[in-house]
Design a protein around this ligand. Structure first.
Ligand code: ZN
Length: 521
């Protein structure tokens, strides 16, 4: 490498490190806001957050970084979905693989930050702030009309964003790319089509079968014992409490406040046992991913989930494929009974297992089971892509929502509050985000199929889970997924682990086998 190139990579690493530090400080502020901050702290907290965003933006969009990246030969080819080896052939040979991956990642961020004009960023954030409070009132009042003009404005702004960022096939590509680098709308459309073809008949068959009894979930489960049990499970899963902690919040999330400070949050319901434990296991999955980034990438922007879909694949594997499995509760039910004396005496593991896996089409996405969940996502994905291509109008959303809900879930929300107004996402312009939840299920099942094979088959894997010996599973994930962080894209992980690309089949097979058995289909 030339002396200039050496200086350039040092500059990229230096700026990237500062931006990573800024983002961890920002995470500390957000975490505080969502957990312990007194109500009146909010005003300055939001000023602190916008100061940090401005600093990060100036670093990322700035010409110092731009020049350093150009010296290294970084250009728009790095934005493609191709394998690292192909797209980085232009980068200096003296760079390590990790440095090349860093240049790719930083270039992507720089490109986006530099391309989107500041007035558009401002307009989006201001409109989003107002629209969020309008949305909250509109949802409570069941009044879509009052929210409609704000949503129309947000859709316009996001279409503008897609135009300035640029895309080849579909405007939605430009938005999806923020959350799933390199993924195309056409790929998601295809994989959702395959999933839909399998799920709609499965849900119908389940609906025609006798329903399982989950009434035991609504008994009284004191919160302190729920927390104690949750912490026990967390420890068993391999969560290092010297590098993390768990707190309570309204909407559970996981966040990294530093290289060795990954925190999860949960919420509890005294009369609904599932809420607490499954959000703990879910967030633990996110947290284990972030705790597992390798030494080479720690402290850089590569120490991050490579895409939201891959992040969600980790949480959903632990929550659903492991945490809602029969061997898991064969092991934990006897222990659970000691945390809640007398509450579950009449219940055997089989009834418990069936109860926590109850499937029922419902209006609200966040309360959906693992079978119907993806249908909720497909509905939103369909409407979002049509809004972005301009083939449907915001004013028609309530009716389109109902029609889609009938088609997908076989139910018809008679109220906008449990239909089109239920989610907060669109009120701050979050388009392109929803599909990542379902991609998590799909990708998670693809990885899990390989884990099962590598660890000796389904019986052997079941034995590990059934004896709470999670170490071999976690260690597999660390080796094949976690250590790389964002140094490998979702597509590269899939190709290295499964030898192929995105594929709905493993998830379909998993759901079909599990629920055919649970419901005796
Ligand atoms: Zn999640």
């Amino acid at each position: 490498m030339t002396e200039q190139q050496t200086k350039a990579i040092e500059k990229v690493q230096e700026i990237d490190k500062e931006v990573t530090l800024i983002s961890h400080i920002g995470a500390t502020i957000s975490w505080d806001q969502e957990t312990y901050m007194p109500e009146q702290g909010v005003e300055e907290k939001s000023e602190q957050s916008s100061l940090l965003s401005r600093l990060a933006h100036d670093h990322m969009a700035g010409s110092t970084l731009g020049n350093a990246l150009a010296t290294l030969g970084a250009d728009e080819k790095l934005l493609g979905a191709e394998a690292l080896g192909n797209v980085t052939s232009k980068l200096p040979k003296g760079l390590s693989q990790t440095q090349k991956a860093l240049v790719r990642k930083v270039y992507r961020n720089h490109f986006r930050e530099a391309k989107i004009p500041e007035d558009l960023v401002m307009e989006l954030s201001q409109t989003g702030t107002i629209a969020q409070s309008v949305w909250a009132k509109a949802r409570n009042a069941g009044d879509f009309a009052s929210f409609q003009p704000y949503l129309e404005k947000l859709v316009d702004l996001k279409r503008r964003e897609a135009d300035v960022v640029g895309y080849e096939d579909h405007p939605y590509d430009a938005l999806l790319d923020t959350y799933e680098p390199g993924m195309k709308t056409a790929q998601v459309t295809q994989v959702f089509k395959d999933l839909r073809a399998a799920l709609v008949p499965l849900v119908k068959a389940i609906a025609a079968a006798p329903q399982v009894d989950d009434s035991f979930l609504q008994r009284t489960y004191p919160l302190a014992s729920q927390e104690a049990f949750g912490l026990r499970v967390l420890k068993d899963l391999g969560y290092d409490m010297d590098r993390g902690r768990m707190d309570v919040t309204a909407h559970p999330f996981t966040t990294s406040l530093g290289r060795d400070d990954v925190r999860i949050t949960t919420r509890y319901a005294e009369n609904f046992f599932k809420t607490g434990i499954f959000s703990i296991i879910h967030e633990a999955g996110h947290g284990l991913y972030e705790l597992g980034f390798g030494p080479e990438i720690r402290g850089s922007s590569l120490a991050d989930g490579t895409s939201l879909g891959v992040h969600e694949s980790q949480s959903r594997t632990w929550e659903n494929m492991i945490g809602r499995s029969r061997p898991f509760w064969n092991h934990y039910l006897p222990l659970l009974k000691t945390y809640f004396p007398g509450v579950l005496d009449d219940l055997g593991p089989e009834a418990f297992y069936r109860g926590i896996n109850k499937v029922e089409p419902s209006f609200i996405r966040v309360e959906a089971d693992e079978v119907t969940y993806s249908l909720h996502i497909m509905l939103r994905f369909f409407l979002e892509t049509k809004l972005m291509e301009g083939s449907i109008k915001v004013k028609d959303l309530p009716d389109l929502w109902r029609a889609e809900s009938r088609d997908l879930l076989g139910i018809d929300p008679d109220h906008v509050s449990s239909g089109v107004l239920q989610d907060v996402h669109w009120s701050f312009g979050l388009f392109g985000y929803f599909p990542t939840y379902s991609l998590g299920n799909i990708i998670g099942a693809q990885f899990y199929q390989v884990i099962e094979k590598d660890l000796g088959g389904s019986k052997a894997l079941g034995d590990l889970v059934g004896s709470a010996n999670f170490e071999p599973i976690l260690s597999w994930m660390r080796t094949h997924i976690h250590q790389y962080g964002a140094a490998k894209t979702a597509g590269e992980l899939l190709s290295d682990i499964t030898g192929g690309g995105l594929d709905a089949k493993p998830f379909v097979n998993y759901l079909t086998a599990k629920y055919t058995e649970v419901y005796g289909l």
